[in-house]
Ligand binder design. Structure first.
Ligand SMILES: NC(=O)c1ccc[n+]([C@@H]2O[C@H](COP(=O)([O-])OP(=O)(O)OC[C@H]3O[C@@H](n4cnc5c(N)ncnc54)[C@H](OP(=O)(O)O)[C@@H]3O)[C@@H](O)[C@H]2O)c1
Length: 316
């Protein structure tokens, strides 16, 4: 087990294609959730370009077919396919798990939804952003555990979080916003903290299987569909505010691809990355291309175990 901070020659401007140079993924299988749009497409493209049999998991099958055709054409890898996945539909998650026979070497939990304006709930009654971003992926990853084990050691699970996790820990007393006023940004932040805590707990639970689970912030990427719930004026104001330096989609996918494939992460699990570097504790004054860091509450092992137990209950 590596205990020192993991660094790399890559940074803010590195692209997914650059961070995977020299890595051969032939005979490996990868699954990327939410890969019909945004950085998921570029993540799947880089993995496919390195030779991986790549599954594009998405609920919009028409968009996924277009993405797959484009990835096949640009990489020359025919082994790219679509799998239906709606993280809010347990039946869909379980069906994908049943359909995926054989080993899985890389699972990128990338799908996400942000800032849903009004309080919405999953069929089981859980707040929608938490249910999608965390609970759906939790169920998927646990379901795929036999396939990850079948990879024979060294399987990787990547949990795509966000610097937004800095805005809220998991509020265990009211995860589902039953007694507190719904706040779209806080609900997103809570779900993204859960993405980091998942990596912390899964790293411990699955260490004997050699499964390496890590989390990351991909950067601020304007060209994806994530801001679909923002009104256009607010989005324009955000883009021109200078508050963020935006990444391209290919740059936005780089940290996911790096964490999924770099040999520098052999034996590394339960950590949080940004700009292809392991992050340091959060710095509220950081802006632009600076890494914002990771909150102590998101890496806390006891909180991670508590969330794991609560998630198991919520998933029943
Ligand atoms: N863009 C950024 O600045 C930024 C910053 C920090 C973190 N992130 C994280 O990066 C990840 C990718 O986001 P992105 O920017 O590439 O946005 P995106 O283009 O909206 O991609 C997210 C994908 O998740 C899918 N998804 C949403 N709900 C789903 C569900 N119930 N079941 C299955 N798939 C579902 C979406 O599919 P549908 O079209 O069917 O809804 C979409 O394809 C997210 O986890 C996000 O939180 C992004």
């Amino acid at each position: 087990m590596i205990t020192t901070r993991v660094t790399s020659p890559f940074g803010f401007e590195s692209t997914a294609a650059e961070v995977i140079v020299g890595i051969d993924l032939h005979d490996r299988r990868a699954l990327v959730t939410g890969a019909a749009s945004g950085i998921g497409v570029e993540t799947a493209r880089a993995l496919a370009a390195a030779g991986a049999e790549t599954v594009v998991a998405a609920r919009d099958l028409a968009a996924a077919e277009l993405a797959v055709a484009d990835i096949r054409a640009t990489t020359g890898n025919p082994a790219v396919s679509v799998a239906r996945l709606d993280l809010l539909d347990r039946g869909s998650v379980d069906q994908l798990v049943r359909d995926l026979a054989g080993p899985l070497h890389i699972l990128v939990n990338n799908a996400g939804v942000m800032a849903v304006p009004e309080l919405r709930r999953s069929p089981e009654g859980h707040e929608l952003q938490f249910a999608t971003n965390h609970l759906g992926h939790f169920r998927l990853a646990l379901g795929l555990l036999p396939a990850l084990r079948a990879a024979g050691g060294g399987a990787r699970v990547v949990s795509v979080s966000s610097r937004a996790h800095l805005n809220s820990t998991v509020i265990f007393d009211d995860i589902d916003f039953r007694d507190r006023p719904y706040d779209p940004a806080l609900a997103y932040a809570q779900s993204k903290t859960a993405n980091v805590l998942f990596a912390v707990a899964a790293a411990r639970h699955w260490s004997d299987d050699g499964i390496e689970v890590n989390a990351l912030h991909p950067g601020a990427i304007a060209d994806s569909n994530l801001s679909r719930y923002y009104n256009p004026a607010d989005l324009d104001a955000l883009r021109s505010s200078g508050r963020y330096t935006f990444k391209t989609l290919a740059q936005g996918a780089a940290t996911s691809v790096y964490v999924a494939t770099s040999p520098r992460l052999n034996g590394v699990a339960g950590r949080y990355f940004e700009n292809c570097q392991e992050d340091t504790p959060d710095d509220p004054t950081a802006a632009g291309t600076d890494a914002a860091g990771v909150a102590a509450y998101a890496l806390d092992p006891e909180t991670a175990e508590r969330l794991w137990a609560v998630s198991e209950q919520m998933n029943q």
